[in-house]
Design a binder for this molecule. Sequence first.
Ligand SMILES: Cc1cc2nc3c(=O)[nH]c(=O)nc-3n(C[C@H](O)[C@H](O)[C@H](O)COP(=O)(O)O)c2cc1C
Length: 348
Amino acid sequence: MRIGNLTFSPFNEKTPILTLAPMAGVGNWVFRLICAQLGAKIVGVEFINCRSIHTASQRDLQMLDFSDASIYEKTGISALSAQIYGNDIELLAKGGCEFERLGAQIVDINFGCSVPKIVKRGSGAAYLKDLDKLYRAVSQMVSAVSVPVTVKTRIGWDNDNINILEVIKRCEDAGAKAVAIHARTVVQKYKGEAQWEWIARAKENAEIPIIGNGDVFSIADAIRMKTVTNCDAVMIGRAAMANPWIFSGRDTASLRERIELACQQLELMTKFKGERIGIFETRKHLGLYFKQLPRTSKFRKQLLTTECLTSLLSLLRNSLETEFADKKSNNLSLTKKEAGALAWGGTD
Ligand SMILES: Cc1cc2nc3c(=O)[nH]c(=O)nc-3n(C[C@H](O)[C@H](O)[C@H](O)COP(=O)(O)O)c2cc1C
C-alpha cells in the first residue's frame, strides 16, 4: 500500500497490513509504540481539536507529544498519523502544519465522530452533510502540509443517506491519499453490525487506498475483512486495547508476555504522565490483558486499585503466576459483549 511517499507491507505472511485506530484516551505515545513494535504499520494519535492546538493545556500538550515518531522515521517500523477535528477549515489547516512540525508522518482529518456535542458544532461527522465544505477542508489541508493527508469517516449519515462513494470521490479530487472507513452510519453509532459491504464497494470505486474498519475482534476477523472487501489495510480499535499482539497476527499471548508488557506500559506511562494518572490510564488495558481473572477475585481488585507503581509491579511480577496457575486460556480476542462495553460513549 502506498500513501503519498510512504509504502507499507504486512508485518508477516499471516496478516494483512494492520493499523491502530485513533482512539481518544488510548492513543498516547506509549501505547502507540507498543502497537508499532508488535506490527501496527500506522499508529493513530487520539483526535485533537483544531482550536486547542495553539492554546494547549497540559493535557493537550501530552496529546501533542509525538516522541515516538522519530523512532518510526529511523526504523521504518510504522508511521505516526495525527488526527485533527473541528469546524473551522483555516484552523484545521493551521493545526495540520503544527502536527507536521511536531513530526507527524500523516495528517488525518476526522469526518466520522458522531458525539452529539461535536457534530452540533459542525465538526466530525457533520461534514457528511456538507460535502462542499468537506472538499474545501481536505483541499486546504493538502495545500498547507507536505506530508500525506488522509481522512477517517463513516459510510453516511443513516441507511437512507449512505454517501461514502461520493465522499471518497471528493476526498480524491481534493488530494487525500487514503480514506479509512468505519463501516457504520452516524446514527448507528456502535449499534448493529459494521456494514463491510460498503468497504468492498468503496474499494471497487476508489483510486486511493481504502482502509477498512469496524468489528475486527480477532485476527481471523482481520483476514476475513481483507478477503471479503479487498481493502488495502485493516484498522483495529477496541480489539487492540485488549490484545496489542493482534498486530503480530496473534489472538494469544503467554502469561509471561502479558506481565512483561503490562510492566513496561506502566513504567513508561508513569514516566510520561506521573504515577497517579499513568496508572489510572493503564488500568483499562490491565483489566483486559488479565481478563481471565474472575471479576470477584481479590487479586483482580488489587490489580485495578493499587495506586503505587512499585507495589503494582511487584504484584504483577511476583503474584500473578500463582493466581493464574489453573487458568489455561491465553486467548485475548474480544467477545462482542466485551467490545460493546468498550464502545466510545456509544459513539465515535
Ligand atoms: C475509546 C475509543 C476512542 C475513540 N476515539 C476516536 C478518535 O479520537 N478518532 C476517531 O476517528 N475515532 C475514534 N474512535 C473510533 C475508532 O477509531 C474506530 O473507528 C471504532 O472503534 C471502530 O473500530 P473497532 O470496531 O475496531 O473498535 C474511538 C473508539 C474508541 C473505542
